[in-house]
Write a protein that binds this ligand. Sequence first.
Ligand code: ADP
Ligand code: MG
Length: 387
Amino acid sequence: MGTQEAVQQVRGGFEKLYGTPPEGIWAAPGRVNLIGEYTDFNEGFVMPLALPHTAVAAVSRRDDGVLRIHSADIEGPVVELHVDGLAPLTNTSWAAYPAGVVWVLREAGHTVTGADIHLASTVPTGAGLSSSAALEVVTALALNDLYELGLTGPELARVAQRAENDFVGVPCGIMDQTASACCTEGNALHLDCRDLSIRQVPFDLPAQGLQLLVVDSRVKHALGDGAYAERREGCEEGARQLGVPFLRDLAYEDLDAALDRLSDERLRRYVRHVVSDDHRVEEVIALLDAGDIRGIGPVLTAGHESLRDDLRISCPELDLAVATANQAGALGARMTGGGFGGSAVVLVEAADADTVTKAVGEAFAAAGYTAPRVFPAVPSEGARRVG
Ligand code: ADP
Ligand code: MG
């Protein structure tokens, strides 16, 4: 389903549910990260791009404090809440994502006196493509427009992140929400997670006869649950031992000397991953600014090896996807996102896309894995009003 179909669907659905047409319709995309993994909480660099897949929300204001939320993708009745009754960590359903945005806006002193929301999304859930950020950002943008709050894209991303961190209770960085709010068509987004400055970096794949395939491995390993916190703690301990505020503050040139000063092998691996991945983001930017998209292939693959061997957050399915894609003629590939499942990205000549897709499918079948879902990630537009 494309965004236009989703717009029609939520318009019709809203009227049926709430009895009136919505005041407007907004869209916000999922994202995939090209390079820069586990660097965000080290105040480093990331480089996501927005997917064509979007969350679409039909929304109207209310002045009686009532908040009604419904998803076309979830069985069940309208979730009815009251803005005065919203409290962090109390709502464990999907509705906590949009409700959390209302809570954050009101906590920040904005006037939001209720809303009717009906949404649908084409972002695959739980594939590491940030379907949750899409829900938050589409809600934040809709309320920003309707209540004329005057918040910028990066500010809406902060609101959405706080909703996920503080209301839902998921300790994510700022990348997903910034990508959903701020990406533009034909570009990847360079985000500096220290000062939150952003820059659009040209990534016009079709113009160079290239495709970026997303391989959704269809798995999520339970191992991932405590791993994020463990890696984060290790990075913070590494920075402490090296006497820098964040690993961002360690220059790539000084990495080898710094590793000798760390107390154990685990910290050495984590520090090496983060500092080298920040460096890889800079390499990718230099190549893209020079118009050499093909040149980033080996950098992506080096990033995968670092995630696999140093940070150790990959899994057999993602390793197989990357190795098979590269053997079948891809220019480079890496797992993307939090790891232990989710998706990989694969840079291919457009002419080789079918061959590579087929090879990965066959390798998964031979290994007895669930068939992966493979689709091209065209760098797409960030959050916007669509109706
Ligand atoms: P990811 O963001 O990587 O897709 P998360 O676990 O962070 O994975 O977010 C997925 C959750 O977001 C789902 O379990 C659900 O609660 C919510 N969600 C995503 N899309 C929808 C949707 N279309 N309708 C309702 N809830 C959704
Ligand atoms: Mg998420």
